[in-house]
Design a protein around this ligand. Structure first.
Ligand SMILES: C[S@@+](CC[C@H](N)C(=O)[O-])C[C@H]1O[C@@H](n2cnc3c(N)ncnc32)[C@H](O)[C@@H]1O
Length: 211
């Protein structure tokens, strides 16, 4: 939604990504299908900053892909903190675990392979920060499923909430666009939370659970 040049300008004028994250970005683009799903430099730095500001003890990520955003979110974990990340595709395990092991956060990250709707009910404890970034059709289900597991004062981040701008295209009745529109409407009506749909990258919604 902003030009590639402007996004590059913003990235150049932000904290650089680590060599490891750069390598993961490169390997994902060389070897993995749909590499554009990876958060990337600018969003990665934003996730890291929000995690640092939140100082989470427990993070939940839904949709690991190759592990880029998990590594960014893990940067803000407190001493003894843990990040649970859920991914349905077992073919991604090799690359994910290789990069987790090469990072400073391997001991703080627990990877769960399976469908998020089946994995999450088995996770115990309270989350300070949740990042929803998996199949769009289940966004409302994920939101409902995690809501009571988020502590009051916690932060929920939801990715792709502008869906390449397609949310405004009335002719687009695709299942993902429809699901994102439905999620945005559902969230708008939820008085339990404060929310901002930020026109950042593909749309990133920040939700503050005020009660
Ligand atoms: C947009 S990508 C995640 C990108 C990653 N968070 C990042 O920023 O680098 C979405 C991921 O969700 C996974 N996914 C899709 N459906 C899922 C499900 N039902 N349960 C868990 N993961 C799922 C996909 O396999 C894909 O790897």
């Amino acid at each position: 939604m902003i030009t590639k040049e402007l996004e590059e300008y913003a990235a150049i004028n932000s904290t650089p990504e680590s060599e490891l994250l750069k390598q993961l970005w490169r390997e994902t683009y060389l070897k993995v299908l749909s590499p554009g799903m990876l958060s990337g430099h600018l969003q990665g730095r934003l996730l890291s900053m929000l995690s640092h500001l939140t100082q989470p003890r427990q993070i939940l990520e839904i949709g690991t892909f190759t592990g880029y955003s998990a590594l960014c979110l893990a940067e803000g974990l407190t001493e003894g903190g843990i990040l649970h990340t859920v991914e349905v595709d077992p073919e991604l395990v090799e690359i994910i675990t290789r990069y987790f092991k090469a990072s400073a956060y391997n001991e703080k990250i627990k990877l769960h392979i399976g469908k998020a709707l089946e994995v999450i009910p088995n996770l115990t404890g309270v989350f300070d920060l949740v990042f929803i970034d998996a199949d769009k059709e289940n966004y409302i289900n994920y939101y409902d499923l995690i809501f009571d597991k988020v502590k009051p004062g916690g932060l929920i981040l939801v990715d792709n909430t502008l869906w390449h701008g397609n949310v405004l295209k009335k002719s687009d009745k695709g299942k993902e666009t429809t699901a994102i529109r439905a999620f945005n409407e559902y969230l708008k009506n939820d008085v339990r939370v404060e929310k901002v749909l930020m026109p950042f990258r593909d749309g990133l919604t920040m939700i503050y659970k005020s009660r």
